[in-house]
Design a protein around this ligand. Structure first.
Ligand code: C5P
Length: 408
């Protein structure tokens, strides 16, 4: 089972140097199981040839509304009815302006106008020079296409082909791919605000050393991504990890448990779900040396003193919002044995409705995992699968447990 099995995407290219990135996007979509029908404006063919896009999509490219290949000679109707989504990448400033006006004198704008809006989403990946991007006309047009039901995917920042630097670059193919995949996920957490802690914490001894826990952060990042795909607003509080931020997720980087606690207390003030996946260090050094602790030649190691860190999950779960049922708390437990017993005991000790257990050594740094869900009704296993798949299942499990019609 691949991410986009059974999905049919109309990929529309308009005039812009970013067309070269669309070749890679097409490849990613096809590799993920989608069928891709490329439609190009005349301007797009100045930047990349239909031959390239035909070879990558495995289908002849459309470019004219007078295409005689269609028996009824209505490619705008046929192409838009077959689609599960229409993606415009790159979408030029001119093309966006044309959408605003409902122009339809060439195939791509015509099929966008003919799109059955209630079931075929229109995703727009703008690409243009930074001055064109910030121009009030462009910004006005973007607001209008958004109000008309399209989803504007945003732009990147950086070096532009014109030699200038700023906003307006088309998003990278992998980012666009992530957005397209997200579009198809059920919006089970729409309207929720989910806070996730992820990764380890690092408790400094001196400027060079410290103690930490094993944790790649992959499970927590997958949960943040899945929650966002499910329609939630997501705040991800991350310890020191080397992972890219999922699209559309607000990330707060922290180092120590105390910083993580502070960030979490702030973010959960207006959240409705809290998922604690972080491997928080249980102890921190009682004192922090301003300079590196040196060997003194005596052969005796230094005596280190530790104090216990606050339990972030426990603190939040015992707070007023969780107690009032406004904040649904989910804990994680990484064990090495007796998972069911430990997980049940931990759920009771933390006073939380849902605890997710996993076997530590089988998950650390891995892309796959299996989860054990423990709630008041008992135990349920989510069998071994990629972490993102498990995270999506967990998002649905959380959604099913949220009190309906809750006041936030
Ligand atoms: O008690 P234990 O550390 O095994 O509990 C694990 C759960 O508690 C995880 O959800 C973890 O994120 C959370 N936790 C926390 N703050 C701590 C310790 C654990 O939030 N100081």
């Amino acid at each position: 089972m691949q991410e986009l099995d059974g999905k049919h995407i109309v990929l529309g290219l308009t005039g812009g140097i970013a067309c070269y990135k669309s070749a890679e996007l097409c490849r990613l979509l096809v590799k993920a199981g989608a069928t891709v029908q490329v439609v190009m404006t005349e301007a797009a063919t100045q930047f990349i040839t239909p031959v390239t896009m035909q070879a990558l999509s495995g289908r002849p490219v459309y470019g004219s509304q007078w295409d005689v290949r269609e028996p009824n000679n209505m490619p705008h109707i046929n192409l838009s009815r077959e689609a599960d989504a229409i993606v415009l990448a790159p979408a030029s400033a001119d093309f966006i302006a044309r959408l605003v006006q409902g122009r339809s004198d060439e195939l791509l704008s015509l099929l966008c106008l003919a799109r059955p809006a209630e079931r075929v989403p229109l995703l727009i990946a703008p690409a243009m020079n930074r001055e064109m991007w910030v121009h009030p006309a462009t910004q006005r047009n973007l607001r209008q296409v958004d109000a008309d039901g399209a989803r504007v995917l945003g732009v990147g920042n950086g070096w532009q082909a014109c030699g200038e630097t700023g906003d307006g670059r088309m998003l990278e193919p992998a980012q666009l791919f992530e957005e397209i995949v997200a579009e198809f996920q059920p919006k089970v957490l729409a309207g929720e605000h989910v806070v996730v802690t992820a990764g380890p914490t690092f408790e400094a001894l001196d400027p060079i050393r410290g103690i930490t826990n094993h944790s790649s952060g992959k499970m927590g990042f997958a949960i943040a991504r899945a929650a966002r795909e499910a329609g939630a607003e997501v705040t991800l509080i991350a310890g020191p990890v080397h992972l890219p931020t999922p699209r559309g997720v607000q990330r707060l980087d922290v180092t120590s448990a105390r910083q993580m606690l502070e960030a979490t207390l702030g973010a959960t003030q207006r959240a409705s779900v809290f998922v604690a996946t972080a491997a928080v260090a249980d102890w921190r050094p009682a004192s922090h040396s301003e300079h590196k602790i040196k060997k003194d030649g005596s052969g005796q190691p230094p005596v280190l003193h530790f104090v216990e860190n606050d339990d972030i999950l426990l603190t939040v779960a015992q707070g007023a919002r969780a107690k009032a049922g406004e904040l649904f708390c989910v804990g994680f437990a990484a064990e090495s044995e007796n998972l069911v017993e430990h997980a049940k005991a931990k759920r009771a000790r933390k006073g939380i409705p849902l605890l997710v257990g996993n076997i530590g050594p089988l998950t650390f740094g891995q892309d796959h995992n299996s989860l054990l869900l423990v709630d008041a009704d008992g135990v349920r296993e989510l069998p071994r699968a990629p972490k993102l798949m498990l995270a999506r299942e967990l998002a649905a499990e959380i959604a099913a447990r949220l009190p309906s019609g809750r006041q936030r």
